[in-house]
Design a protein around this ligand. Sequence first.
Ligand code: GLN
Length: 288
Amino acid sequence: MSAVREMIREGTRRLEAAGVANARHESEWLLGRLLNAAPLALYLYEGAVPQDALTQFDAQIAARAAGRPLQYLLKEAQFVGRRFAVVPGVFIPRPETEAVVEAAVIRLRDLEARLGRPLRLLDFGTGSGCIAVTLACELPTCVLVGVELSWNALRIAQGNTERHGCAARVHLVQGWWAEAICGTFDGIIANPPYVPTALVEQLPRDVRHEPRLSLDGGADGMRDLSQLVTQVPRLLAPGGLLVLECGEAQPVQLLRDLQRTPWAESIQVVHDLAGRPRGVVSVRAAII
Ligand code: GLN
């Protein structure tokens, strides 16, 4: 058996023993990254494996077996078909967020057509920049402001805007939600922390390697979602769209919060492909 096949087999065995679900694929991705080869090309790799790749692979399999997320080891995550740099300390883009962003893009394209001018967008809790960059790429004339508390995340987000060619239209600001910003926007999107504090410790082991700041939404998980609902009217233009990601159990309370405001209309729950509720969209009434 080739050296590479043997390494993949051994890596798979160790990951399986640690309870990693996609052990074989993960083993292939890690080795593929180290040898700069696509997973399938690995099986055609004939030569000897350089010693430093052997050592790094061994260390990465050990880290992955101990629960370090794959994306931190690959230093990259996929989101809506694009690749984003991520490092420890920066929240890893999630598939559930893809569903929310896709729902936002459809509605924002429609809004842009109706307004007949480039949209001004605001992304709260930018993190790696995956939402900001996706919106900027899918709405190629929009201008977007991203607000993020963590300098570490801002640095990564900045790199991701450059990587995807939208740095000139995405402006990153360090600060705390709406306190960081003034002006009016046609669309506001946020994936705030929304996991109830007591549940953070019960999240899967991998997730506990991610920043608590991005996950812990206070006692009922609604702390930041409710704060955003209170803060956004100052920033959202009449007819503008608010898109909030939330936990599966939270749409009911979020709908209630929005229905109580004098400005929110056309309130709808966004579901993912599996039919789970993932977010809520609403529109600021033109006249209030
Ligand atoms: N969906 C994330 C998770 O379950 C939580 C994201 C968040 O709090 N914004 O890991």
